[in-house]
Design a protein around this ligand. Structure first.
Ligand code: NDP
Length: 313
């Protein structure tokens, strides 16, 4: 298989990957970045980004990512299309196989492969993507001021998103498939004390309807039980909060992850347990998952990579 040797390999092209590339490029590390399956990452699927500092009028997600891509390119990053299909981090140089056809050997590796929001798998989620369906309340909640929204899920994320949205929307339905919440007690109490949130236990959302955008959801109460009930509920926004899946599978044999798969790093740093291997952005962040926090950790990873290489001279 064709093999190429580089000093700094970045995998992923979201805010973490591109920011790492900007810093690594400016530090003369001649970074090579592989964009992954979705060049630009999760932000390419959102409309307006209004919370990224520096854009008082907001910016479209794809435009922000295009700007970051150009900025990374300006400082000499070798940007390539391709997906990391396997990894061997047992010895230095680390070896990453791209598209099962080429091996990149690298002294430093920045893993910025992100996380993928889980969806229910309904055809309507795709049909109404960007038209009322969202997997990020912090990103899109603002568009639902004084409107009615539903949040799907019963974990901490769902409770947090429902609480956040209740500050904007006129009404929030929390659609929970079990007869109880999985979220921590304090989150549950917050939800139950909030007059704007109505928890629909033992409910499954099975579809959406609406002329051009979401106007309502099809619900099933006590699905599969003798007293099953089907009905429709008008809503303007449908927010998925059933968990994220970090894209860390190929690295798991070599790095520590939590039970979900988030890569564990030294607290407050992007350092993994392998020297010269850093994890930045959502692949290592179950808590904040924001473009700006991903960008910040990408910056930290590039600075760490530079210092690591200096220490090896
Ligand atoms: P969780 O896995 O904890 O919860 C997912 C929720 O979605 C569960 O209620 C689950 O239901 C539900 N769900 C999953 N699949 C489906 C489906 N197909 N249909 C309907 N419902 C579904 O994920 P979270 O993202 O909430 O949390 C991930 C981790 O991050 C947790 O450890 C959490 O504690 C942590 N976290 C902490 C926060 C904080 O402390 N502030 C904030 C956010 C997250 P069921 O219970 O039936 O399986």
């Amino acid at each position: 298989m064709e093999t190429e040797r580089v000093k700094c390999l970045i995998i992923g092209s979201g805010p973490a990957g591109y920011t790492a590339a900007i810093y690594a490029g400016r530090a003369n590390l001649a970074p090579v970045l592989y964009s992954g399956l979705q060049p630009g990452g999760q932000l390419t699927t959102t409309t307006d980004v209004e919370n990224f500092p520096g854009y008082p009028a907001g910016i479209a997600g794809p435009d922000l990512m295009e700007d970051l891509r150009k900025q990374a390119e300006r400082f000499g990053t070798d940007l390539r299309y391709g997906v990391a299909t396997s990894a061997d981090l047992s010895t230095v140089p680390y070896k990453i196989t791209i598209d099962d056809e080429k091996i990149i050997e690298t002294d430093t590796l920045i893993i910025a492969t992100g996380a993928t929001a889980k969806y229910l798998g309904l055809a309507d989620e795709k049909k109404y993507a960007g038209l009322g369906v969202s997997a990020c309340a912090t990103c899109d909640g603002f568009f639902y001021r004084k409107k009615v929204v539903a949040v799907i899920g019963g974990g901490d994320t769902a409770c947090e998103e429902a609480s956040y949205l209740s500050g904007l929307a006129s009404k929030v339905y929390l659609v929970v498939r079990k007869p109880f919440l999985r979220a921590s007690k304090v989150m549950q109490e917050r939800v139950f004390a909030n007059e704007k949130i109505e928890v629909l236990f033992e409910h499954n959302a099975v579809g959406l309807y609406g002329e051009k955008k979401v106007e309502g959801m099809h619900l099933v109460k006590r699905m599969g039980e003798p007293d099953e009930q089907r009905y429709d509920l008008p809503i303007d926004g449908f927010f998925l909060a059933i968990g994220h899946q970090p894209n860390s599978d190929i690295f798991k044999p070599y790095l520590d992850t939590d039970e979900v798969g988030y890569i564990l790093t030294e607290p407050g740093t992007p350092r993994t347990k392998r020297p010269g291997v850093f994890a930045a952005g959502d692949v290592a962040d179950p808590h904040y998952r924001q473009a700006i926090t991903a960008a910040a950790s990408g910056c930290m990873a590039a600075i760490e990579a530079e210092r690591y290489l200096l220490s090896k001279r």
